[in-house]
Design a protein around this ligand. Sequence first.
Ligand code: CAO
Length: 485
Amino acid sequence: MAKKKLKKAAKAKSKPAAKKPARKAAKASKPAVKKASAKPAAKKANGNTPRPSSKPYGMDGKALTGVRILDFTHVQSGPTCTQLLAWFGADVIKVERPGVGDITRGQLVDVKGADSLYFTMLNHNKRSITIDSKHPQGMRVLNALIKSCDVLVENFAPGALDRMGLTWDYIHKLNPRMIVASVKGFGPGPYEDCKVYENVAQCAGGSASTTGFRDGPPLVTGAQIGDSGTGLHLALGIVSALYQRIRTGRGQKVLCAMQDGVLNLARVKLRDQQRLKHGPLTEYSQYGEGIPFGDATPRAGNDSGGGQPGRILKCKGAPEDPNAYIYFITQAPVWGPICDLIGEPTWKTDPEFATPRARLPKLNQIFARIEAWTMTMTKFDVMNACNAVDIPVGPILSMKEIAEEKSLRDTGTVVEVDHPVRGKYLSVGNPIKMSDSISEVTRSPLLGEHTDEILTKVLGFKANEVAEIKNSGALSAPEKKEKAA
Ligand code: CAO
């Protein structure tokens, strides 16, 4: 109950109503976030430090309250970023092409007539306005948005924003405080003009060459490290740029290339690439198997990246149950408890097994013995038995099990959201928990749902101006021409 009240209050606080319409704000040349920070300044205790809020935690707005985002993103990478910013309280205005919107609205459709889960799960807490950016009246609205927003986020193909006329110089002239944040497939260099999707980035960022088994082809991973991973990187760049702007008063460009984002997440594999010069990678299974290394970091199957031998082992029910497996690490400090649990107490002192170095050539034998033990129990029983003696293990949880896991529901990591067209569905909530900026997940917008509200309440257009813009066709899909008989 108290929790509910807390959330309500936080929601009320973060309503964008606190802002004046953009055109008025623009006249007074006070962009959005400056207005928001003007208030706390009044209650400064000394110098630059505001007095600590007297409101209870979670009831004094959110981390990004007062920040307004012009969200020009589509598909996955950009929307991941702006959804995170929205969860932190930013007012995210998603600009979509009239009639179609973000292409994902219609991709992988499961409920006919409803926005796909692909779209809904990446666009929570945002508002949607439809604008044809290539129409002069559309550009009129975009200009007003640029003046009123703090950040423009986009992940168009290279050059597309410039082709719309929205070059950095143009944007910066309209609003010198604007931060322009972009996802691209590649950074400057031979591939900078290429269009890129998730798996392209996983391959070009070094992840695929190091994922899979040594004797099999490269593999991509199910975690969307290229799209969602880069969106996450971009969000950090944006909040850092907002922080720097407090000091400098000016915006800047923020660029995250998907190749760079993937490589950042695969950095331990570049570590191993350099270690190769100094000898074999002894923690890789192929070392124990006597298989020589080549000149590039090899695929390591399920070996642990942290230097402690690890494998995925069968539990009771495998292989019929495709997820009855557990990740088991033979971490050196817990070797004794492992030997006791699996019924091999002599391995604790036997020189053939007692040290990590002695064990390396025998990993297949050791893991086969551990697996004989794990196969007698369910993955959860193995987890309980191991955790009781501080042995870290990881049950392979299916998406079904994750969807049903109560603790994830309790923390808001998995949330049920109601949607006017599709009804209830599950989504992943904000994985970053903050004690004074509490996220609630609200449904994704329908296409153009907030067009009128943004034109009038955010941008301050008068009724006759709204009519003029609308009548021009800049906000609606072109009418389909009747086919000649
Ligand atoms: N009004 C008018 N035109 C619009 C518009 C609007 N509101 N929104 C988009 N457009 C236009 C763009 O201006 C562009 O036109 P031009 O090609 O004439 O300049 C056109 O729509 C297509 O945009 P796009 O090239 O970005 O889209 P695409 O489907 O061809 O490519 C993608 C998609 C993702 C490959 C490309 O955007 C890209 O490489 N983005 C950067 C990397 C990235 O984020 N990839 C992750 C995608 S998720 O897997």
